[in-house]
Design a protein around this ligand. Structure first.
Ligand SMILES: CC(=O)SCCNC(=O)CCNC(=O)[C@H](O)C(C)(C)COP(=O)(O)OP(=O)(O)OC[C@H]1O[C@@H](n2cnc3c(N)ncnc32)[C@H](O)[C@@H]1OP(=O)(O)O
Ligand SMILES: CC(C)C(=O)C(=O)O
Length: 804
């Protein structure tokens, strides 16, 4: 049968209660109700497979752990299992396993045999509530029981008397303290006057209602939810107003959720005067379930009202409920669902990210001023951490997400506060991946994409241009050599300053030293990239921030580079972002430049670019080929330039390869006995991560001792040998490559050394050295000596005895 076009032919609406002076709409909930968990009764009776005793125990312990003081543990007459379970609970309360102040509640219909067994089940308990019910609504009177109103009332009264009689006897025999709860089942569908009449009669029959702990409980169930929640609230307010001796009565709610409004019904009914709520954790129960106490309690908590239940361990609670009921928890279940603190969509993520940032600042100010640190976050009604959920799940990324959410995750995982424009750039990267896969991207996916894109996060993500170390020399006024270890206060704005950088990089896996000059370390590095590798870029934006505090503070630098030919002012040119982090701010800036440069060059063929653009290729290529074919050396580009210039000045038009090789050996003291010869050396690590070099060498002044330290073998050797020279030499460029393969492999090292600048002189004396050795450190040291030997031979530096 399809749905009826005129449903009124089948269904009639509920009849609203006439209560024009209702008060509840202007009330608020300012204190928690008395809670009763009926998970082990109403919840249990609704399961395909009722809980085992073990499951009931596990559940009961969780209920007690949350702080419930009233627990309906069973319908003891339902089965031997239930009866036995109640006996075990009674015993556990006697031994203290279940706290003494917990009321053990049990349910019985108004049937003498069942009442007797129910009271028997709790005999010996410290405290027990006997809960008796019979249905009172017209439908049940007529259909289920075939009773008149009088018979219905008599059923309730007679059996209440029986409960009184049996409980009195039990108290006398076992000392059990009893309270009585009566439910006019289907209350919400019962005529209000009749429900009231039955309850008044039950109160009289019980005969013991008094204030405080002796109050009788009238539990007024919405057995089947059939009306809007305001109707239930009206019924509760009417009942509260009209029941006699209100102070001797606890008004209890027992909402079901057939219309999906049990929470609203319970909340409005609390506003209408109810004192107590019966429900289940996460809302299991008959049909659509009982009212969900987790939601009710956390709704109160979100209003600043302590609910008298501790739900801090939400994951633990979910685990217990799911394993005992064998029912899943919907991912959208309020407070408990896996996705309820999660934003996938861009604008939600953006708002949450901004919310966290603003809130952190606001809280810091509140703390300082001694004010409350109030929670006020877009889209998050409570702090997930209060119920044991982490912020990790707050933002998750798929193709619906925006830059804000992605930046939030990057910040959480890597502590990087990406500049807005870089967020947009990385967003495109993530969007492409998410769009292609059509799936969610985990934080790990995003982080690894970030690290791969910006070559961030250690050796495994290293790109084509990787910084190893650097030396900075201030060549503006005085000459002071600064190594790449330690912090230097250079700013790019200081236009008067002139800095030279010698940066040791791995370029496409080959170690080389690139030199450049600029008004700061970053521009000097950009010049080095331009001169040596033909990468022509300028800085459009530079941003930095600290990560951490105190002695472990690190600097994060972000750089946007644009092609130099367009210039940074041209807003239309596409920028490329990079990032670097280091304890040293200069290092972090240089790393950021290289990260952005790497993004810019992509897979562009760098060596060819280098060979074609950074020097006169024809002559350079010819001499390079000749040296390769004769000496098996791949001489670096700048040495090719230097050597080809020397060759042009010195040799005939078309020298033979052998002629070039001879000239090369002589010019760079390669395989030639020179002024300085290394005899022995030991290279290691000294204090503060500095490297040390000790050894002996032959020199024009006899055998000398070497004792130096630096950030690598070259600088260590120079610091040892500079005292024997007339000028303090420093490394401008270094590169190396292997010759041969396997166990026969040898290292070829090339080093360019340079004298300090001389005021008034444009060019600084410099020279190249070359050496080959099986030991890579030895080959680099010998290359330094070969260069010094060449510079001594040509008079660029002199030899001095430091003792004189
Ligand atoms: C709204 C609620 O959740 S109420 C709680 C419901 N929970 C349960 O029913 C779970 C436990 N129940 C049981 O195990 C069984 O139903 C028992 C053991 C209580 C009774 O089993 P049975 O004797 O086989 O009876 P049955 O289950 O068929 O119950 C229906 C009988 O009880 C009567 N009855 C139902 N509710 C009540 C009541 N509150 N007071 C008195 N009699 C009642 C019915 O009128 C019917 O009587 P009839 O057989 O004379 O027509
Ligand atoms: C026994 C009563 C309280 C009940 O479970 C209901 O009416 O839903």
């Amino acid at each position: 049968m399809p749905m009826l076009p005129i449903p009124s032919q089948k269904y009639s609406p509920y009849t609203p209660l006439h209560l024009p002076d209702r008060q509840w709409p202007s009330k608020t909930i300012t204190r928690p109700p008395i809670w009763l968990s009926t998970d082990l009764r109403d919840g249990n009776q609704a399961l395909v497979n009722p809980m085992t005793v073990d499951q009931k125990w596990r559940f009961l312990k969780e209920i007690v752990k949350c702080g419930f003081k009233e627990v309906e543990v069973a319908f003891p007459a339902a089965s031997d299992t239930d009866f036995e379970f109640v006996r075990q609970v009674v015993e556990a309360q006697r031994t203290g396993e279940i706290p003494e102040d917990v009321w053990i509640q049990v349910l019985t219909p108004a049937r003498a045999d069942i009442i007797k067994r129910t009271v028997d089940s709790v005999a010996g308990a410290k405290r027990s509530i006997i809960h008796m019910y019979n249905a009172t609504s017209p439908c049940f009177r007529q259909v289920v029981f075939g009773n008149t109103k009088e018979q219905t009332l008599a059923l309730a009264v007679d059996h209440t008397k029986l409960v009184r009689q049996l409980t009195d006897a039990c108290t006398a025999e076992h000392g059990t303290k009893f309270r009585y709860e009566y439910s006019p089942e289907t209350f919400n569908q019962t005529e209000m006057e009749f429900a009231l009449e039955v309850c008044e009669a039950v109160k009289r029959a019980w005969g013991r209602a008094a204030e405080g702990e002796e109050r009788i409980i009238f539990n007024l169930p919405a057995t089947v939810e059939i009306a809007t929640p305001n109707h239930y609230a009206d019924q509760i307010e009417w009942f509260c107003r009209n029941i006699s001796e209100r102070e001797k009565v606890i008004i209890s709610l027992h909402p079901h959720n057939d219309r999906g409004t049990a929470i609203a019904a319970a909340e409005l009914a609390m506003m209408a005067g109810a004192d107590r709520v019966e429900g289940t954790l996460l809302g299991n129960g008959e049909r659509t379930g009982n009212v969900d106490i987790v939601i009710l309690a956390l709704n109160q908590y979100s209003q600043g009202v302590w609910p008298n239940l501790d739900l801090s361990d939400m994951y633990g609670l979910i685990d217990v409920v799911m394993s005992c009921t064998e029912l899943p928890v919907h991912p959208r279940h309020p407070y408990a669902g896996e996705l309820v603190f999660t934003a996938f969509s861009g604008s939600h993520q953006d708002a949450i990210k901004k919310g966290f940032e603003k809130q952190a600042a606001r809280h810091a100010a509140d703390r300082a001023a001694g004010r409350k640190e109030l929670w006020d976050m877009p889209y998050l009604p409570i702090d997930p951490q209060d119920i044991g959920c982490s912020y990790e799940a707050v933002i998750r990324v798929n193709s619906q997400s925006g830059k804000g959410g992605i930046a939030y995750l990057v910040k959480q995982a890597l502590k990087l506060d990406l500049p807005r424009k870089m967020q947009m750039a990385f967003y495109q990267v993530v969007q492409d991946v998410a769009d292609k896969s059509g799936k969610e991207m985990t934080t790990e996916d995003i982080v690894s994409n970030f690290c791969r894109t910006y070559h961030f996060g250690g050796m495994q993500y290293e790109g084509r241009l990787a910084l190893r170390s650097f030396t900075l020399v201030d060549i503006s006024h005085s000459v002071s050599s600064l190594t790449g270890i330690g912090s230097h206060n250079y700013t790019e704005e200081d236009v008067d300053r002139h800095i030279r950088i010698d940066a040791k990089l791995r370029v496409d896996g080959v170690l080389m030293t690139l030199s450049g000059e600029g008004n700061g370390p970053l521009s000097a590095l950009l010049h080095a990239l331009r001169d040596h590798l033909g990468i022509k870029l300028s800085i459009r934006e530079y941003i930095e921030h600290a990560i951490g505090e105190g002695t472990s503070v690190q600097a994060a630098s972000y750089v946007e580079l644009v092609p130099s030919e367009r210039g940074p002012a041209d807003r239309s040119s596409k920028g490329f972002w990079g990032v670097g982090v280091d304890f040293d701010i200069t290092y972090s800036g240089l790393r950021a430049v290289l990260s952005a440069a790497d993004v810019t060059i992509g897979t562009q063929d760098l060596p060819k670019l280098n060979a074609k653009r950074s020097f006169n290729s024809t002559t350079g290529a010819q001499v390079a080929d000749a040296i390769k074919s004769t000496l098996d050396l791949d001489i670096p580009p700048r040495l090719q330039i230097a050597f080809s210039e020397l060759v042009r000045a010195k040799l005939a038009q078309n020298p033979t390869p052998e002629g070039l090789a001879k000239e090369f050996k002589e010019a760079y003291q390669y395989e030639v006995e020179g002024a300085f010869t290394l005899l022995t050396y030991a290279y290691g690590q000294g204090p503060n991560m500095r490297r040390t070099l000790t050894g002996k060498a032959n020199s024009p002044i006899g055998e000398i001792s070497l004792n130096g330290e630096g950030n690598g073998p070259l600088s260590s050797l120079l610091s040892a040998i500079n005292i024997y020279l007339s000028a303090e030499l420093s490394v401008r460029q270094y590169s190396e490559h292997s010759i041969g393969e396997g166990t026969d492999v040898r290292a070829a090292s090339y080093v360019e050394l340079v004298c300090p600048p001389v005021p008034g002189e444009k060019d600084r004396p410099s020279g190249w050295g070359v050496a080959v050795d099986e030991d890579i450190t030895a080959s680099s040291l010998k290359a330094v000596l070969s260069c010094i030997n060449g510079m001594v031979a040509t008079g660029k530096v002199g030899v001095r005895n430091p003792k004189n």
